[in-house]
Design a protein around this ligand. Structure first.
Ligand code: NI
Length: 180
């Protein structure tokens, strides 16, 4: 397994719609495993392939807390086949938007269909944190970041701050602690 570089916004690769996976093969499985390792290392609870520069419809998730048993999920071509009318606000963060946490409102429960790591079609009912993470990661496949759900004012403030950090890094060749 290998650790992958996580792309930080603003970056055009985070705004692209990802392509469908034709078949989950050994190379896809390797990518899923590398993505999981990268996610655990970050640490984060979800990661989408476009965040590591791969424009394909692959996400990995683990909603388990620090003291809980790991519960990794690997999904290719996830599709929401049902979403509740009931919505819920939840504070979200994103490995591509370091140090930013904002409340996003999304459907509270969903049913998702996807291909697992063995190329088998599966469906999963999710609510709570798991539903939030799946929807957040699926947004990445459309080139959408959680800040795109916020007001333009809030979004611009966050992007401005991240642009400043990037410029500083390019000039000085240093990484700021915020990207640690
Ligand atoms: Ni994210």
């Amino acid at each position: 397994m290998a650790l992958l570089d996580i792309i930080v916004a603003p970056d055009p690769r985070l705004k692209k719609k990802a392509a469908a996976v034709e078949r989950v093969d050994a190379a896809t499985r390797k990518l899923m495993d590398d993505m999981l390792e990268t996610m655990y290392d970050a640490p984060g609870v979800g990661l989408a392939a476009p965040q590591v520069g791969v424009s394909r419809r692959i996400i990995v998730i683990d909603p388990a807390g620090e003291d809980e048993k790991p519960a990794p999920l690997k999904m290719a071509n996830p599709e929401i086949v049902w979403a509740s009318e009931e919505t819920k606000p939840h504070e979200e963060g994103c490995l591509s938007l370091p140090e930013e946490y904002q409340e996003v409102i999304r459907p509270a429960s969903i049913k998702v269909r996807y291909l697992d790591e063995h190329n088998e079609i599966r469906t999963l009912d999710a609510d709570g944190l798991l539903a939030v993470i799946i929807q957040h990661e699926m947004d990445h496949l459309e080139g959408t970041l959680f800040v795109d759900h916020l007001s333009a004012l809030k979004r611009n403030m966050i992007i401005k701050r991240l642009t400043k950090i990037k410029k500083f890094e390019q000039k000085s060749g240093k990484r700021t602690p915020v990207e640690a």
